[in-house]
Design a binder for this molecule. Structure first.
Ligand code: KG4
Ligand code: ZN
Length: 342
């Protein structure tokens, strides 16, 4: 069985062809560069760019897979949550293809795409504990099956990737900020500045990063004021390292609560899955490994290219749903908000 997947919920226009025996025949990602000048994604510009790129991206995905549209067995598209203009472009395109080819249409929740990708690349069964950390999302979920998710906690304000992006913006490091902050942090001292640990002393799996973001901003301003408006490369590196240290400490602290909850629900659960763009961060990964080892949990993460937004994950979620007979009508309405679980 071959599935075409389409992803347009943020600033990547992506299409992929996947087979039900887990072969990625193509995985095309067009990362929109139009937003770089703004330090963040501009929804209206994103929607227009998706309209421009969607057709060539799908054509390329089919070409690389060596198939024509008539050979696909179904089409899956991200139907939310996300920037609604872009989601509409992807869903309308998928519905048009499904309708012309007379093939099933599957509306995929973008978060479910991230949550299930690991099963495309590793042979792991349910249940598992998932930390989904991206630019738009940050939550701990127990994944018990396709469509069966229990949210243990999530961010009360900013997502983790978002604070990496905002820290980068404050320091003039460009967008997306995660990789830039991680790189510069390697040259800095994590104990140079002491930022307050978010939600210190509070029980549970929720996270919060807006206080840390403000502390970083105030520190950068203070150093600039003391140095005639200049923030040296070393000061920037020290801020990055100290910020990353505190953000990671918070993730680890919250992960311990999540692990305890997961073990209560599934005492024999074996896997901790990391997904979303922040999974690329080696510093966070290595710190998590220590905690997981103490709890007999194995860290599993999809390869980096499948951690950040892509259409292979949407096609895969489509396959998982199709195999359970979960298809959608052509009247399915795109959703800007769509929680996986409450
Ligand atoms: O999953 P993703 O591609 O898009 C969303 O659905 O948001 O994640 C992108 C996010 C961005 O915020 C980016 O800064 C962050 O993931 N990210 C990182 C790293 N690489 C990407 N954050 C921290 N460290 C990294 N190495
Ligand atoms: Zn995402």
């Amino acid at each position: 069985m071959l599935i075409l997947g389409i992803e347009t919920s943020c600033d990547e226009t992506a299409a992929a062809v996947i087979s039900s025996d887990k072969k990625i025949l193509s995985n095309i990602i067009w990362s929109q560069t139009e937003h770089a000048a703004y330090g963040g994604v501009v929804p209206e510009i994103a929607a227009r760019a998706h309209m421009e790129y969607i057709e060539p991206v799908i054509t390329k995905a089919l070409l690389e897979a060596g198939i024509t549209l008539s050979q696909i067995d179904a089409v899956a598209a991200t139907a939310g949550p996300g920037l609604i203009g872009g989601v509409i472009v992807g869903v309308m395109t998928a519905k048009a293809i499904a309708s012309v080819q007379k093939k099933p249409f599957i509306a995929v929740n973008h978060l479910e795409g991230h949550a299930l990708t690991v099963r495309l690349t590793s042979d792991i069964g349910f249940p598992y504990l998932l930390l989904l950390a991206s630019g738009g999302h940050c939550q701990f979920l127990v994944v018990e099956g396709v469509g069966k998710y229990k949210k243990l906690g999530g961010t009360l304000d900013d997502a983790l990737g978002e604070v990496f992006d905002k820290t980068a913006k404050m320091l003039g490091l460009g967008y997306p900020g995660g990789p830039a902050v991680e790189q510069l942090a390697k040259k800095g001292d994590p104990s140079a500045y002491s930022f307050p640990l978010p939600l210190r002393g509070r029980d549970g799996c929720d996270l919060s990063f807006s206080g840390l973001k403000t502390a970083v901003r105030l520190k950068a301003e203070e150093i600039r004021d003391e140095n005639g408006g200049i923030l040296s490369e070393q000061a920037k590196a020290d801020i990055c390292a100290s910020f990353q240290y505190t953000a990671t400490a918070s993730v680890i602290n919250r992960a311990q609560w999540a692990i305890a909850e997961f073990k209560k629900l599934h005492p024999h659960g074996k896997y901790f899955v990391l997904a979303g763009g922040v999974a690329a961060n080696e510093y966070i990964r290595s710190n998590l490994l220590e905690v997981l080892a103490r709890n007999n949990l194995e860290l599993v993460a999809p390869p980096l290219k499948l951690c950040t937004d892509n259409a292979a994950m949407i096609a895969w979620a489509g396959i998982e749903r199709l195999e359970l007979g979960l298809i959608d009508g052509l009247d399915f309405e795109p959703r800007a908000r769509w929680p996986l679980s409450v």
